[in-house]
Design a protein. Sequence first.
Length: 316
Amino acid sequence: MQTFVNIFLGFFIFKSVGAAPITDTVIYDSEFYDIPLGDLPHPFVYDENEQSDQLETEIGTALPSIIQESYSSAPLTEEPEEEASTPKLIDGSSAQGSGVLGPQTQDGLPTCLLCACLGTTVYCDDHELEAVPPLPKETMYFYSRYNRIRKINRNDFANLNNLKRIDLSANFISEIHEDAFRRLPQLEELVLRDNRIRQLPELPSTLTFIDVSKNRLGRKGIRNEAFKDLHELQHLYITDNNLDHIPLPLPESLQALHLQNNNIQEMHEDTFCKMKDFTYVRRALEDIRLDGNPINLSKTPYAYMCLPRLPVGNLI
């Protein structure tokens, strides 16, 4: 009986020992960080029938390649920093103390920080400016309305060869230098309404639109033949200026002439037409406003024979 018990216990112990797994202990010390991942010892035994790409996938998943590079033993090289480039003006030229926000104003601020520069347009409306700020050279449209500008100097728009529109409405402008606008080769629109201007300066022949309404031009503010050579002029607005005459001659290109609320008292038969040429037709001039003037248009009926429409004004 004792022998049978010993045999049974021996068989049980032998079976238990045979079932226990034998594993190698792997210590992930820092010395393995410099060893490629494929050379690291691992406790997993893969069956020979399993696909080899599964092994490669699991190895790649265990440690991404970016981490392998970070643990690489290759010495790290510091990339040289790029030298800071010189600040550039909007027009592409470099200047000390100026940046991409345009040239400096008298207050030390870049124009495009003080104003708003969108593409080739500069908006300086309602900023209490007392002078025209320096503009980027490629400026095409400039708006500086509702400010406190009192004078337009000779060089305020110097070298702005792309400038097409200037709007200085609602300022306190009373003086404009004779050459302030004349040297602008592409200027098309000039708006100076609601100021205190007493004398118009020389105007470039490229103008197509002029609005100097609500100023103080009076009887001497517009020189003789001021608009004669403006062969592209289409719109001329001179309302509320206390004018006592229609500024002649007017270019053939003119389409709209607004002279309401002045002091015009008479008009001649050749103001718009040609007295000696009854076949002459002035088709372009379709909009003439003379209302608000102490003039009776019915006294000069032949003055409108060449026009497509009668002027608006007092006919009694």
